[in-house]
Design a protein around this ligand. Sequence first.
Ligand code: KG4
Ligand code: ZN
Length: 421
Amino acid sequence: MPFHRGGFFSLTFLGRLLVEFTAPQLGEDARLFTGTLEATQGGVKILILTNTNAGHSDLKNWWHGRRHSATGGRILKCAPVKGKNMRVLGIESSCDETAVAVYDGARGLLSHRLYSQIAMHQAYGGVVPELASRDHVRRLLPLVREALAEAHSDKDTIDGIAYTAGPGLIGALLVGAGFATALGLAWRKPALGIHHLEGHLLAPLLEPKPPAFPFLALLVSGGHTQLVSVAALGEYLIVGETLDDAAGEAFDKTAKLLGLPYPGGAALAALAQDGRSGQFVFPRPMLDRPGLDFSFSGLKTAALVALRGRDLLGTVRADIARGFEDAVVETLAEKCRRALVQTGHKRLVIAGGVGANRRLRERLAAVGSSAGADVYFPRTEFCTDNGAMIALAGCLRLAAGMRSGVGMSARANWELGSIGV
Ligand code: KG4
Ligand code: ZN
């Protein structure tokens, strides 16, 4: 018997077990739902509050009142403890990688495991969502066992479970969210839904020389291209973003036109290594206008026009790949330069799958040094999707006593600027 209210609240009555998921935003309004408890007529034995600090005083008072004292009901608490060093199990399952990691606030990354579904989806030329979900179900538990074993961790030493709650493929997200929430309830530890892009932009903090807050972040993944002014953990202001395709999406679509297998970004970059700069000159979208927004959809059309009617022998394909890569890199670099000037940030962080691109890394390092800003990249395996960034984000949030995201949640679309603390 589930009850939902605006995505903030869910009561599930399963036989004699009543489970409550309440976002902190609901605060004292949770008392509205004591009426629902009344409706169970005292038949509830256990009330599980996944976020006991969200201000459920009415619920708790009611529970401890006359009606239930007779039945001997219990409240199980799953709240994070502020100030304690946190060790967090992180789970990423938003797309085509199942990834798990254990991050410890004092000792750093203890283990990380990843299974890529690329080979399975390659036959279809892209990610098939239903196959992705089913494969996450198959891979997740063995990966969790391996990551916990390598980190010498178990339910007694793990303080919380962080999982990617969105954005992403909804079925794939639900696998991670359902698993993490169930494990949290079984272990009586908080399960925390993390924004995938927050994971990406915090990934450079996994490195030996992490950036301090505040910083400017360029987020370049398969689904997003954003410039984010990061004031502190959870304080994200989007200062520029793509109006159409993401940079990674443009790489993937152009790679397909060039006959390269999915996922095309890395393959196109490898082909571009053999190409010559300047043989094909593609437009630098939005550079002729002020502002920090991007537009990449025209680039694949330009690549299509360049390819049309051409003999693709010799270095022509590589030259086109190089011309395309130059255009994307140049555009991203110039917007980063402008954003550094505009925001006054002295630290630039690059994150997301396209951040693995070698030429982009070189170019942005040069932009940083001429603008007097330090530039931070995650190692390439932490640019693309991974569990370490989710475990880290969960660890930082739990250690800071942040409650946002406690309880099960999965959202296919989710604005980074709206996540809060
Ligand atoms: O962050 P990510 O792993 O997944 C999403 O959250 O989307 O990013 C994947 C994207 C894909 O579009 C992929 O083609 C691109 O990152 N990518 C690259 C490179 N490696 C991955 N693009 C350009 N050069 C690369 N070396
Ligand atoms: Zn990603």
